[in-house]
Ligand binder design. Structure first.
Ligand code: SF4
Ligand code: SF4
Length: 374
């Protein structure tokens, strides 16, 4: 910490004295300093989050919350969007965030649909931070521009993830390096929050080499890089081919700066092997849909499907001890990362509460990056 302060003084001093022609350099330096400071603060808070998670099993570690189901894109593999829904009103979002804060939640990641379509998303982020929670967001990046990035900086965003599916747009996905590269450069210049670029591998991905190109570009721009594996419409395993597996391993190597070094289970996923872990969704991980209902995860929507306001500590405790039938072949990496903190303790011996089965999606879906907990 002392060294960091020293570094800040070192950088900020010269910057204050610069004028005229070198003001662009000075602005860049200012962004770097603010980024380093926010990074250090976030890492400290993440460390506290881990200590708290190891000390107690009574609070959620990670929550994904949906402020808006609508999306400006329509990736053909996706079952997580519509093109009609409206934004959840800010007051209602704040009420849900307060309920999560009162449960002791450590990290909230805003997801969608496309969260940047929400007209008051800055205020949603601000409220997460006001309640002392680490704030992240997953976006397709299409609405990012310089002004928007600066607003996210001011709101206090700490993590941002963009998924890029291919190098050039095709009929499956427009989330391409070609369409997004300019925005990535803007992020590299102006964002003071951490940026992770997630690429994908698996069935439906035409050119596996694209994932490697995307990962290298991410690292070149100073971002972390992760890779997600296409799974079926219940979040279940799809083994990779030989070439895809070696690309996967290469990207995992590149991603060693991030939490991905803890992602041993992803190697099982890549090989199509079942893995042995305890899914603590409904307890340590919550997925809150736009209607304010709690679900196990994005791929098991419908379980338990209880309004957040009625979701009691007893229900969370029950889910903590409930064995999930989908765990051995699960590919939802963020929940598996959360699981690492509890896998060593408390075997699960309860069965899921009787419920209607979750609705089935018509297409393959991909959500699970092999990277940061976001
Ligand atoms: S994958 Fe993301 S960008 Fe594509 S349709 Fe789904 S929510 Fe929208
Ligand atoms: S094991 Fe957990 S995270 Fe994976 S699909 Fe099932 S409920 Fe979702």
């Amino acid at each position: 910490m002392y060294n960091l302060v020293g570094a800040l003084v070192h950088f900020v001093g010269p910057q204050n004295k610069t004028t005229g022609a070198n003001s662009a350099v000075s602005a860049k330096t200012a962004v770097r300093v603010r980024r380093a400071a926010r990074f250090a603060r976030t890492r400290m808070r993440e460390l506290r989050m881990i200590v708290k998670a190891l000390a107690s099993t009574k609070h959620p570690i990670l929550v994904h919350i949906i402020p808006m189901r609508r999306c400006n894109l329509a990736c053909t593999y996706c079952n997580e969007f519509d093109d009609v829904s409206t934004a959840v009103p800010l007051d209602e979002m704040k009420r849900r965030l307060d309920l999560l804060a009162d449960m002791g939640t450590s990290i909230i990641t805003i997801s969608g649909g496309e969260p940047l379509l929400h007209p008051e998303i800055d205020e949603v982020i601000r409220h997460i931070r006001r309640r002392g929670i680490i704030a992240g967001m997953i976006t397709n990046g299409f609405f990012l521009n310089q002004e928007r990035i600066k607003r996210l900086n001011r709101a206090g965003l700490e993590h941002l993830q963009i998924s890029i599916d291919n190098v050039t747009p095709d009929e499956v996905s427009k989330k391409s390096l070609k369409t997004l590269d300019g925005r990535l450069e803007m992020l590299a210049q102006h964002a003071v929050f951490q940026v992770n670029i997630n690429s994908v591998l698996g069935s439906g991905v035409k050119n596996p080499e694209d994932a490697l190109q995307i990962a290298h570009r991410a690292v070149e721009l100073g971002f972390t890089s992760t890779v997600g594996i296409i799974h079926d419409n219940n979040g279940q395993l799809k083994p990779l081919g030989e070439r895809e597996q070696s690309i996967f391993e290469e990207i995992m190597e590149l991603g060693k700066r991030s939490f991905s070094r803890f992602n041993e289970f992803q190697h099982n996923v890549a090989r199509g092997r079942e893995h042995n872990w305890r899914c603590r969704s409904g307890s340590r991980y919550l997925y809150i849909c736009e209607r304010g209902l709690v679900h196990w995860c994005s791929q098991q929507r419908g379980y338990p499907g209880i309004p957040l306001s009625q979701y009691s500590p007893e229900m969370r405790h029950r889910e903590y001890s409930t064995e999930k039938f989908c765990a051995p072949r699960c590919t939802v990496s963020c929940v598996q990362q959360v699981g690492i903190l509890d896998n060593w303790r408390d075997p699960q011996n309860l069965k899921p509460m009787p419920m209607d089965p979750a609705p089935q999606a018509p297409e393959l879906v991909q959500i699970g990056p092999a990277g940061d907990i976001q």
